[in-house]
Design a protein around this ligand. Structure first.
Ligand code: FEO
Length: 405
């Protein structure tokens, strides 16, 4: 499915729609599908394509591009970042238009060589403030690193007051027309917008704030995003920018410390330790948000978000087959690795024969650069009252390492 329409007389959107996508990049649920948006900017002298598309939709992409170009050959392909959902059709584009010059950031050019596996690409490297003359239209490039790839940039057309923001301000949301004035399911769009921010932009909040500041310096009527509805002033643009500002705000200083205690427990032993750990942590951090969470009984995605937002956490697992339980690995699979460094974590658990779980979890956390509490609380079979008291002491000692000085 495709969607094509004019944003201005000189700018067309040539999206490929994928309403049936349910998981993006093999990790991100996309309940509302997605679109891969690309654009054509027609100047009086030159024509620029902005972004390409996912390789799985090559035929649809070309059909739409042909309709937009009406027999003209494009001169430039601007790639605001190189993730393959927007560069999967680049190799085929270059076969069809051998003189097409790629306009890209320096790091993007390095990535692209290994995406199309060609060392002879004709790349025009651009950086902050550089411009490209299309005749009566200009494209100005604005560096926007880590939104969400290292090579990300925005492209701005001042004559049309249109900015191409790559994935920034986008959403995995798909309706027949990729335009904010015709959104049929506003609540679903809002949910998709939030999930997209959480999954793609949240690890880079300082860069989000920097990106918003750069956008605020531009006179913008339309933001052409790479996924989901194109955003227009007076409809969704201001609201979406406001949401990003809100979600990317500095961590609320003065909020209570969050120290969740996660566990799973086959026969209640690790659960009992978790409960006494909570008491121990609270004894040192009376104002902290401390509670225990059974990994089996709670929604694991919500616990993953809580783990990522925590200031520190404890994690308890029994040992079965010489390892921690799968649910523990599933929790840690959600770790925001970019922001996990130095996160204090304490490990505990009951075991029957050998008790390897805590050690294996420690290895994983160390690879995430977390600050693993050097002591581990391991109890064989059923904890005695002395073991439970030790769990409380253990929790207090761990809390002492994270208490504000
Ligand atoms: Fe939509 Fe980062 O690619």
């Amino acid at each position: 499915m495709t969607s094509m329409f004019s944003i201005t007389p000189s700018i067309l959107v040539t999206s490929v729609l994928n309403p049936n996508l349910r998981v993006f990049d093999i990790v991100m649920p996309t309940e509302y599908g997605t679109s891969y948006n690309s654009y054509v900017v027609v100047g009086s002298e030159k024509i620029a394509l902005i972004e390409a598309a996912h390789a799985d939709f090559l035929d649809a992409y070309f059909a739409h591009l042909d309709a937009a170009l009406e027999g003209r050959a494009p001169d430039y392909l601007v790639l605001d970042h190189t993730e393959p959902d927007h560069t999967g059709t680049v190799a085929a584009l270059l076969e069809r238009y051998p003189d097409l010059q790629i306009v890209i950031s320096r790091s993007g050019a390095l990535f692209l060589q290994n995406i199309v596996n060609r060392a002879d690409l004709d790349c025009l490297i651009v950086g902050e403030g550089d411009t490209l003359d299309l005749g009566d239209k200009t494209l100005r490039f604005i560096s926007a690193p880590l939104l969400h790839w290292p090579d990300t940039m925005f492209t701005y057309c001042p004559e049309e007051k249109v900015v191409f923001t790559c994935d920034f301000l986008g959403s995995h949301y798909c309706e027949p027309e990729v335009f904010d004035r015709h959104i049929l399911y506003a609540d679903a769009y809002e949910e998709a917008l939030r999930q997209y921010f959480g999954g793609i932009m949240a690890p880079f909040k300082p860069y989000v704030r920097a990106g918003l500041e750069k956008l605020s310096a531009l006179d913008v009527e339309v933001a052409c995003v790479s996924h989901g509805p194109v955003l227009t002033r007076g409809c969704e643009l201001e609201r979406v920018i406001g949401r990003y500002g809100q979600w990317a705000a500095e961590e609320d200083s003065g909020r209570a410390l969050r120290v969740p205690v996660f566990y799973c427990s086959a026969y209640g032993s690790t659960k009992a330790l978790a409960q006494r750990l909570v008491s121990g942590i609270r004894s040192v951090l009376p104002g902290a948000e401390v509670a225990s969470y059974d990994l089996i009984e709670h929604d694991l995605a919500e616990l993953g978000a809580l783990m990522n937002e925590s200031d520190a956490f404890a994690l308890g697992s029994p040992t079965i087959n010489r390892d921690a339980l799968p649910v523990v690995w599933n929790l840690l699979a959600q770790a925001d690795a970019i922001n996990f460094a130095k996160r204090p974590v304490a490990l505990f658990g009951s075991y029957g024969w050998s008790g390897e779980a805590a050690g294996h979890i420690a290895q994983r956390l160390t690879s995430l650069k977390a600050a693993v509490f050097e002591e581990q609380l391991r109890v064989q079979f059923i904890p005695t009252e002395a073991d439970l008291t030790a769990a409380e002491t253990f929790g207090a000692a761990f809390a002492a390492t994270i208490a504000p000085q």
